[in-house]
Ligand binder design. Structure first.
Ligand code: CO
Length: 214
């Protein structure tokens, strides 16, 4: 039986399993959500954040798109960030990329991909910003992996550029923005451990949006 044919059977099995450990599970779930963090990741079917982190329903607010891009004129991702920070008051925002990302790979190649061109342009821009470092890496696989990491870092910086994140951090000291990479080859989730405060300071030298114009 194909997965498509199995989904509703699987769903019933999942309900039974949840109720077996907690009778009130769905009653509690229907009372609202209070997720601790926002996860911005790639749409890639192999990168299933809940499964690989052990999170359950209600734990993580999620946005996924091709190559985990945070573009300032993308109403979708910007609305997700606004809602997660201003309304759900998440404490952490994670941008998570993954090695062997088809979107990043496509952005390293010279081909016309139609409507994907403007999307992948975001990643080509990351390459241009770090061209010196990337061009110096001879091994293509290593260069590709490094671009995945740099893309995570630049997209996290794009999150930090938003007014809602800067203002919330000034008022309550959260959210903290993190960068992760999932290694599809080993299953490891890697924290790039960048210094959020330092990044925020650098960004605010140019992109400070915390002041209200009278
Ligand atoms: Co991907």
């Amino acid at each position: 039986m194909s997965l498509y044919d199995r989904v509703f059977i699987n769903n019933q099995a999942w309900i039974a399993e949840k109720k077996a450990t907690d009778k009130e599970f769905f009653q509690k779930l229907s009372q609202g959500q209070n997720p601790e963090f926002l996860y911005i990741g790639c749409s890639d079917s192999r990168v299933t954040v809940e499964e690989l982190t052990g999170a359950g329903p209600g734990d993580i607010f999620v946005h996924r798109n091709i190559a985990n891009v945070v573009s300032n004129n993308d109403l979708n991702v910007m609305s997700v960030i606004e809602y997660a920070v201003a309304h759900l008051q998440v404490e952490h925002i994670v941008v998570c990329g993954h090695y062997y990302c088809g979107g990043v790979k496509a952005a390293m190649q010279s081909s016309d991909l139609g409507i994907l061109n403007p999307w992948l342009r975001n990643i080509r821009d990351v390459y241009r910003l770090h061209q010196e470092e990337l061009d110096a890496i001879d091994d293509e696989d290593a260069r590709y992996k490094r671009l995945v990491e740099l893309n995570v870092e630049e997209q996290a910086i794009n999150v930090i550029k938003t007014a809602v994140v800067q203002k919330a951090y000034l008022e309550r000291g959260t959210p903290i923005v993190h960068g992760w990479v999932f290694d599809v080859h080993t299953g490891n989730l890697i924290d790039l451990e960048f210094n959020f405060e330092e990044k925020l300071r650098k960004i605010q030298a140019i992109y400070n949006l915390t002041r209200v114009v009278q």
